[in-house]
Design a protein around this ligand. Structure first.
Ligand SMILES: Cc1cc2nc3c(=O)[nH]c(=O)nc-3n(C[C@H](O)[C@H](O)[C@H](O)COP(=O)(O)OP(=O)(O)OC[C@H]3O[C@@H](n4cnc5c(N)ncnc54)[C@H](O)[C@@H]3O)c2cc1C
Length: 494
């Protein structure tokens, strides 16, 4: 066995949005950070979200005003920090006879508009649906409000990049298999290609739904907080309607389903809610969940969807804090940070939302100030995320079209939406498509693949096609195999 040993201030276990966000915050405050992820970045819950940076209109029904307010504040902060990855999305709420009372909805939307200061998001309104709209003709009126549509996996990656820019080490495909308390901190065994041991003054357990599994691997006595694992699934179908608006559909069971235009050619539909007790590494949508989502579409839209039209599906598990007697829908989506100082400092992250990751990270690192007295002040509230150092994506698009028209509008559009100004790191000095190297299909060139491997920790085709980009929706099996062969060859030659 090849064992080596290194020392860190902070070991963070889990490269989802919360782990990556904490790594960025802590590294920027001067700590020597190691982020380890057993699979790829964003391969857990963070890749299976509805992709909304939202206040959570529905949480107002549960009187979670504090959570909604802070989420709305974060919506503004994150949209300014990563305008390439998060954009305002109009969401329409069609009203059917079983829907929530219109007066109550109007009051809820008024609160939603006013709970936090808004700069980047418009206010809500009542709407009448035009006769040519895509909804069932019985639906005449409803409401419209605004939230953020995000690229969830890239949000995780840019946080890991931010951490690395501040000196953090990021190790993917590296599992923390053991944690032992020593006299000056923790001794962690990490299993990647090699098995290594690292010493860390403190540890953050940001393993999402695996959080209690990590606690089971530590020498500690405190009881774990009971978790409620709730599976949520989505389906993707060919584009259901023209227009950029999303819909929030109300089910007779009280749940809400989002219908969101996705990648120009598709519509994303979700989510369900099912108690989960299976293998966390094998989370899949069930046929019953697909039927549930399709039934909602067929109730609300003119165009109906068949099971055979589902082009993709994905499912994730929400790690919620158990609230006895509450239904899955009503259990809070807020987070809880638990810092134990004995036998050594261990901070465990329970719950949370994509939307609140930055604030969660800031609070988590603030809590560590007792252990690291020289910690620098919080800094992420005003900081741009990598690639987000511009104001208006359309201006960036025009600039790139003028300077590099040979890239073509489609490629420029995809790059800017995924990478923002990091697109220039991919482009480097290339002046023609031929100079971008091997073409793998669908405008994916060697220079982008090399950038993703060298700068963004991509290793296998899936990392590139599903988490660094969404080109997986367009790649054939043969194209994926060619990309995999290229990756194997380049990794052998490193
Ligand atoms: C269906 C669904 C829809 C959602 N939609 C939204 C939404 O629209 N907006 C929103 O704000 N929130 C949403 N959420 C919530 C949000 O997705 C989660 O709160 C968030 O992604 C949790 O991130 P995390 O980093 O805590 O966990 P994860 O993303 O699960 O990350 C934990 C990581 O830890 C790794 N890990 C586990 N064990 C180890 C180990 N021993 N060593 C190393 N690594 C390990 C895992 O591989 C994983 O990558 C949704 C959640 C679900 C399930």
């Amino acid at each position: 066995m090849n064992e080596s040993q290194q020392d860190y201030d902070l070991l963070i276990i889990g490269g989802g949005i919360n782990g990556a966000g904490i790594a960025a915050d802590a590294a920027g405050r001067g700590l020597k950070v190691l982020l380890c992820e057993k699979s790829d970045l964003a391969s857990g819950t963070s890749w299976a979200s509805t992709k909304l940076i939202h206040g959570g209109l529905r949480y107002l029904e549960n009187y979670e005003f504090r959570l909604v307010r802070k989420s709305l504040q974060e919506r503004e902060i994150l949209t300014a920090a990563a305008p390439h990855l998060i954009r305002p999305l109009a969401i329409q709420i069609p009203q059917l006879p079983h829907s929530r009372n219109a007066m109550l909805l109007r009051a809820g939307l008024f609160l939603y508009d006013n709970l936090a200061r808004r700069k980047l998001y418009k206010s809500s309104s009542s709407i009448r649906f035009a006769p040519d709209n895509p909804l069932n003709p019985a639906i005449r009126h409803g409401f419209q409000y605004w939230d953020g549509a995000a690229d969830d996996t890239r949000l995780v990656v840019v946080n890991a990049l931010q951490a690395a820019r501040h000196g953090a080490s990021v190790m993917t495909r590296t599992e923390c298999v053991n944690l032992e308390a020593g006299p000056d901190g923790w001794r962690a065994t990490l299993q990647g290609k090699q098995r290594i041991t690292v010493n860390s003054r403190a540890v953050v357990n940001a393993a999402g739904p695996w959080v209690n599994k990590i606690l089971g691997r530590t020498s500690r006595e405190q009881a774990v907080l009971p978790m409620r694992l709730v599976k949520g699934s989505h389906i993707v179908v060919p584009r259901l309607y023209e227009g950029e608006q999303a819909y929030l559909l109300q089910h007779v069971d009280g749940r809400v389903i989002f219908v969101i235009p996705y990648l120009n050619k598709f519509t994303l539909i979700g989510t369900t809610e099912e108690e989960f007790s299976g293998d966390l590494d094998q989370v899949k949508i069930s046929t019953a969940e697909i039927s549930y989502l399709i039934a909602m579409i067929n109730l609300y839209f003119r165009k109906s969807v068949l099971h055979s039209e589902v082009v993709n599906s994905f499912a994730g598990v929400r790690p919620l804090i158990e609230e006895e007697g509450e239904s899955a829908t009503r259990v809070s989506r807020d987070y809880w940070l638990d810092l134990e100082s004995m036998p050594q400092p261990l901070l465990t992250i329970y719950g949370g939302k994509l939307t609140t990751y930055r604030l969660l990270a800031e609070e988590a690192v603030d809590m560590l100030a007792t252990i690291f007295p020289a910690l620098r002040p919080a800094w992420t509230r005003q900081a741009k995320l990598p690639g987000g150092d511009f104001d208006i994506v359309e201006n960036l698009f025009q600039e790139m079209v003028q300077r590099h028209a040979w890239l073509g509008a489609e490629l420029i559009g995809r790059w800017l939406r995924s990478y923002g100004t990091l697109s220039y790191d991919i482009l480097q000095s290339a002046t023609s498509l031929a100079e971008l190297g091997q073409h793998f299909g669908h405008n994916l060139y060697q220079q982008e693949v090399d950038y993703l491997c060298q700068q963004e920790w991509a290793r296998v085709a899936e990392d590139i096609l599903w988490r660094r980009s969404k080109l997986g929706y367009f790649f054939s099996a043969a194209e994926t195999a060619t990309l995999s062969r290229y990756l194997q060859q380049t990794q052998q030659s490193v």
